[in-house]
Design a protein around this ligand. Structure first.
Ligand SMILES: NC(=O)c1ccc[n+]([C@@H]2O[C@H](COP(=O)([O-])OP(=O)(O)OC[C@H]3O[C@@H](n4cnc5c(N)ncnc54)[C@H](OP(=O)(O)O)[C@@H]3O)[C@@H](O)[C@H]2O)c1
Length: 293
């Protein structure tokens, strides 16, 4: 049987409609949420992510702007831009788009962001609050995945969840959130990485299998338990001379094969990515609401 396709666009549209109502309530109090993205260098993928975040923000009435800096920007200059954003009342939240050029220190940069404006939820204070089950913001991609599961009534409580990848932005926070004693938590979570001995032994047990590795065709049909939910976080560019841009975007999952075995599956594009953007907007609205309290 073919898997149900989890429609990220539909879920993101509904989620953003609910957010637009919160933006409207803020507008009645004279508050327009402000989101800024800092983009250092000219990485085409980063520039494209920032453009889509800006467009999505504008669509629900969030004021958004981009600070574009040259690839050679020194740390001192980035620091003073961050200090300016921390002090600017029109900016409720901002992100520094990663990855950063080599001369810039990611940890120092993130530490400098005022935690109440850290809408990517990367600052240690926000990661700590989330880990303790008292989140101020939710990390965007994990939060987006949980919204997709919720929208399709996929039970996490008691489920065996296997996450491939343990990065700071996806695998690790998601493993914490899904294992928490909470609605959309209570799962038994296994995290696999480069030192895991036998992935397939784990993946075949998974009721929910989430891949955040960054390599096409990492998950194939024989790795998946029949009827499992498969969430594909990967965004990999592969050469395709027939495509207008010369490449196309694929996930980590062999979609054609896995969709014959899985019960539900996210496509790439059209799955997790759209929810990541929606969650960033949600954090920005939350930041504006918290300021007003
Ligand atoms: N859709 C979205 O909104 C969204 C958001 C964020 C990221 N992404 C995409 O998701 C993917 C992962 O991103 P990320 O930032 O989490 O990646 P990352 O920081 O590169 O982490 C990749 C993880 O996968 C593990 N891994 C890589 N190759 C492996 C292999 N051959 N065998 C076993 N484990 C392996 C690594 O293990 P070690 O820890 O042992 O090195 C690491 O934990 C990328 O394609 C990225 O573009 C998508």
């Amino acid at each position: 049987m073919e898997a149900i396709i989890i429609d990220g666009k539909k879920v993101a549209d509904e989620f953003r409609a609910r957010l637009a109502e919160r933006v409207e309530k803020l507008a009645q109090r004279g508050v327009i949420p402000g989101l800024t993205a800092v983009l250092v260098g000219d990485d085409p993928a980063s520039a494209s992510y920032v453009r889509s975040k800006k467009k999505a923000a504008a669509e629900i009435g969030i004021n958004s702007s981009v600070v574009e800096l040259p690839a050679g920007t020194p740390q001192s200059e980035l620091d003073s831009i961050i200090d300016g954003l921390n002090a600017d009342d029109r900016v409720h939240g901002y992100i520094v788009q990663l990855p950063l050029p080599k001369q810039l220190n990611v940890e120092k940069t993130i530490q400098r962001i005022l935690p109440v404006k850290d809408v990517d939820c990367f600052h240690p204070e926000n990661v700590g609050l989330m880990t303790l089950g008292r989140p101020r913001f939710l990390p965007a991609t994990p939060g987006g995945i949980i919204e997709l599961l919720r929208a399709y009534n996929i039970q996490t409580s008691g489920a065996e969840v296997v996450i491939l990848g343990r990065s700071d932005i996806v695998g690790r926070p998601l493993s914490i959130m899904l294992a928490q004693k909470a609605v959309m938590g209570n799962a038994t979570v296994t995290v696999c990485h480069t030192r895991t001995r036998d992935w397939v032994r784990h993946t075949r047990n998974a009721d929910i299998l989430i891949s955040a590795v960054g390599r096409a065709n990492t998950v194939t049909a024989e790795m998946v338990k029949p009827g499992a939910t498969v969430i594909d976080v990967g965004m990999n560019r592969i050469d395709d001379p027939s495509a207008k841009k010369g490449y196309r975007l694929v996930g980590d999952v062999d979609f054609a094969g896995v969709s014959q075995v899985a019960g539900a599956i996210t496509p790439v594009p059209g799955g997790v990515g759209l929810m990541t953007v929606a969650m960033l907007l949600a954090n920005t609205v939350t930041a504006a609401e918290l300021r007003g309290q």
